[in-house]
Ligand binder design. Structure first.
Ligand SMILES: C[S@@+](CC[C@H](N)C(=O)[O-])C[C@H]1O[C@@H](n2cnc3c(N)ncnc32)[C@H](O)[C@@H]1O
Length: 243
């Protein structure tokens, strides 16, 4: 099994944008999502995007007139949209999201950690560290938005664990999920057509099985208030606010 960083650097970064489909649609979807959560241009201020990837949350946030700090440890993904970041008010930071508080003062209006990034952390104590640092840097009434997949209440069985992710004439990405007690091992099977042959590359990485009740309890324990938790677009969505 690879580390998450190696998995992105060596395999997923090269196909991430393709895998996500049309970028304009992904950005539009996040505009709609943020609007449903009441994030609008009247809020403004500083926003932090943890695990910014291809910018699918950072770009809409900047278009809503937030100044955005977009943190990700995959340089290849950040570099793909660096021109767009320069046009908008987005500072891309190539680092581990565990270090995000180094790049912002304690005046952050909004923190997002979306698209299942939280489960990429290596342990529950790393999740606690992100929550604690979020509490420290948020302004009063500032919000933290988390979206992640539920690998706890539903455990796929047998062939359900083979998930077709994306495909076209020359590339096929399928993932296979292997459930362990505290983590799911995600095996990505990438077939690329070279001439008349299909070439398979495989790589796997761990994702945390994060319980939404545990996350909500941690949020309350550090003094944030969980003001929403629901399933949105197939993911657990938790919105916490600093009182
Ligand atoms: C599933 S993608 C989500 C990207 C984006 N938020 C979206 O919704 O499309 C997870 C992203 O988090 C990044 N990532 C995962 N763990 C990280 C960590 N510990 N520090 C920095 N970036 C991390 C990966 O490089 C990847 O870009």
């Amino acid at each position: 099994m690879n580390t998450v960083k190696d998995h992105y650097d060596q395999q997923l970064a090269s196909v991430y944008r393709w895998m996500a489909g049309d970028s304009k649609i992904a950005i539009k979807r996040n505009h709609e999502f943020l609007s449903q959560l009441g994030i609008n241009p009247t809020l403004q201020g500083l926003a932090v995007d943890l695990g910014a990837g291809s910018g699918f949350q950072s770009i809409p946030l900047a278009e809503l007139r937030f100044s955005v700090v977009a943190v990700d440890f995959c340089a290849a993904l950040l570099s793909e949209w660096s021109d767009r970041a320069k046009e908008l008010s987005i500072q891309t930071v190539h680092d581990d999201i565990l270090n995000f508080s180094k790049y912002v003062e304690d005046r952050v209006q909004l923190i997002v950690c979306m698209g299942d990034t939280l489960t990429h952390l290596d342990s529950l104590s790393s999740v606690q560290s992100i929550l604690l640092d979020s509490e420290h840097v948020l302004v009063t009434n500032g919000k933290l938005i988390l979206t992640f997949r539920d690998y706890v209440s539903l455990e796929l069985q047998g062939t359900q664990r083979f998930i077709p992710v994306q495909s076209d004439d020359s590339t096929i990405l399928t993932c296979f999920l292997e459930y362990h007690q505290d983590a799911v091992e995600v095996h990505d099977l990438l077939y690329c057509k070279q001439g008349d042959r299909w070439v398979l590359t495989t790589s796997s990485y761990p994702k945390l099985r994060l319980d939404k009740n545990w996350v909500c309890n941690q949020i309350e324990e550090i003094g944030l208030q969980a003001i929403r938790h629901e399933i949105m677009n197939g993911m657990i969505c938790i919105v916490a606010q600093k009182q």
